[in-house]
Write a protein that binds this ligand. Sequence first.
Ligand code: PHE
Ligand code: NA
Length: 499
Amino acid sequence: METRSQWGTRAGFILAAIGSAVGLGNIWRFPAEAYGNGGGAFFIPYLFALLTAGIPILIMEFTMGQKYRGSAPLTFRKMNRKTEFIGWWAVLVAFVISTYYSVIIAWAISYAYFSINLSWGADTEGFLFNDYLKTVAPGQIGNLVPGVFIPLILVWIVVLFILFRGVKKGIEIANRIFIPTLAIIFLIIVIRAVTLDGALQGLQAFFEPDFSSIFSGEVWVAAYGQIFFSLSIAFAIMITYSSYLPKNSDITNNAFITGFGNSSFELLAGIGVFSVLGFMAGQSGVAVDEVVSDGVGLAFVVFPAIINEFPGLNGLFGFLFFASLVLAGLTSLMSISETYIAGISDKFNISRGKAVLFGGGIAALISLIYATQGGLFFLDTADYFINQFGVAMLGLVEVVLIAWLLRQVKNLKNHADELSDIKLGWWFPVSLNVITPIVLGYMMFDILRLNILKLFDTPTGNYEGYSDTFILFGGWSVAAAALIIGVFMAATKWRSKEA
Ligand code: PHE
Ligand code: NA
């Protein structure tokens, strides 16, 4: 008898996959990446990466999950017993991401609340670091910050409650509500943004193509990096979600919808962000170039400053912007956390409730580190290292394993073709067997070269100029722990008969 949870509807699965993909990366990573890597010309490497890596790997992972019907560790184990550790490694990378991703959502909740009366004031940078985060020097921990701690607990209660309710009654329903709401909020924001004074200058800066960028290896690496991060591939997520697909469900079409759906959100975000940046530049009489930023700085320093200048309904616009971060973040956090909940319930044969309590509980506890006064620097470093070694390295290992060592591309292609409306052409094996391993191999080489050079350089050569000790403990050891604990998890005994 089939006892594994299942999605209720095809739309439910697609919305959940899009919900996972659409996250902070679309809103605060894509616009600046595109701008900094050739503007309008970036779409060429970006589309190439989407079609040769993003969608093929999405199809590959959907097929693996659907065919082997297991969490990432169980799926890898079923493909080949020796490769279970790769599934755990991916799960642990997802685990680490969940511990700080939750904290950023907590900040966004606070800022949605602050929007109501613009309580960040005129000095938005001072407000973020001193008044809100109460930041101490890098390496120090300090006290828990109540203003972060309280929304953080709220985030975990909401996410763990949804996961506790299960795939159909929890994750699917939440995404059916959150994703359409997010799309509507996004449209409202973008429409308002493009009608601001100066929006056109912003958009011109964003789309102006620098075609020489196409000849730079760095730009191609940036495009592949963005696609990997943005589609949440190689993190065990899409394998886990597709393990709940019904036996006869379509794969290829679902992957195309997910891939293009995510890119549409990304493009919209780029248009919205650059419109308001154009407005801001116009207000302060500087070039758009001078106000471009990404990440935490864009969302929590630049945006509040722009909202201050808004011509009316400032509070509402601010609230909608931070609400969109919260919704995009929550649906991604659910998917990241589901990877370890599925992994431990498969392996130790425990109920969903226990897995949520145990896995989610530990993640929530660890996330408290990032809610302390020194949390920002830990968050920043963990994020940098886990992305460098999560994104490229796991992707490379996964593709080389499946394509070159296990030679599974053909099998997976046949499985997908049997079930799907769209049949896979020659581009699919060529992408997975040739293009992606080569590009990712180059990317990994580049990342290692840069990081190792930095580690042995002067102290100021480290990431963000942090000290060697801090980089070692907050960065390298976090990235290494994901692999080491993964190997250890694979070595423990299976309590369920499934494997
Ligand atoms: N895909 C998400 C985004 O674009 C980020 C993410 C990456 C989520 C990895 C989970 C795991 O923001
Ligand atoms: Na994304």
